[in-house]
Ligand binder design. Structure first.
Ligand SMILES: *Cc1c(COP(=O)(O)O)cnc(C)c1O
Length: 240
């Protein structure tokens, strides 16, 4: 009889295989290679055992949206070799230091002042931190992120590029909720367009990544150029 842990691992592995099939098909349709896409398993609100099972199922990029929740889980989990931790939710300035202790990569930089604080904290740790800029493409009042205007982003990037301990690697967005994922295709296309503008204006930065697409819309996001999809429910099941 398989124990509960093995069953969870198997269930996640099955879902992961399905997700990769859908990503591969989306890549084929878009003329991309599936190797260009990575999966961040977003484990927010799932217990530490589920994170462990996700890693056992082959997921190595783990995302959390809250610093304290991540801290509690990481205390329980100890060191998980080979795992990279992604902060995908809003970061308060007073938690910047703690965030750097917990996360390898931050998707949600939404303010040059936050970037300056992160840079200072990273300097103290002598560490270079990959960051993405979060863009509120749908301009929703309930969401964080820079407004989706190139002048605003240009100004922010001008302030951030000189920060030596941060490495700007791309853009991130959370699309509005929509009953039909086709409705948010323009959101993803817009983020890709903004990256092109930033690439032209600031060729010295990397701009390798578009972090976009969640369980309900990742197929469309991949068709529109996502390099990282952030998946919770599609891999782990419904949150309690
Ligand atoms: C929760 C969350 C996800 C994953 O959501 P699902 O709908 O469960 O795939 C992705 N990105 C962010 C920023 C999140 O907060």
């Amino acid at each position: 009889m398989a124990n509960a842990h093995e069953e969870t691992v198997n269930r996640i592995a099955l879902r992961l295989a399905e997700v990769w099939d859908r990503i591969s098909e989306a890549c084929r349709r878009a003329g991309r290679r599936a190797e260009e896409v990575g999966i961040v398993a977003v484990t927010k609100s799932f217990p530490a055992e589920v994170v462990q099972a996700a890693v056992a199922a082959g997921l190595v990029e783990i995302g959390e949206n809250r610093v304290q929740e991540a801290r509690d889980k990481r205390r329980l989990l100890g060191n998980l070799p080979g795992v990279r931790w992604h902060l995908v939710g809003h970061l308060q300035k007073n938690k910047a230091g703690l965030a750097l202790a917990l996360f390898d990569l931050i998707h949600s930089v939404d303010d040059p002042e936050l970037a300056r604080i992160l840079n200072r904290r990273a300097a103290a740790l002598n560490r270079t931190v990959p960051i993405f800029l979060e863009v509120n493409v749908g301009e929703e009042a309930t969401k964080f992120g820079f407004p989706p205007h190139e002048e605003v982003l240009f100004r922010a990037v001008e302030e951030m590029l000189p920060l030596p301990y941060l490495r700007l690697e791309g853009l991130m967005t959370v699309a509005p909720m929509a009953p039909d994922p086709e409705r948010v295709r323009p959101i993803f296309a817009r983020l890709r367009g903004l990256r092109e503008k930033l690439r032209e204006r600031f060729p010295e930065a990397l701009w390798a990544h578009l972090s976009m697409g969640m369980s309900d819309d990742y197929v469309v996001a991949v068709e529109e150029g996502a390099t990282l999809v952030r998946l919770g429910r599609a891999l782990l099941g419904e949150r309690a």
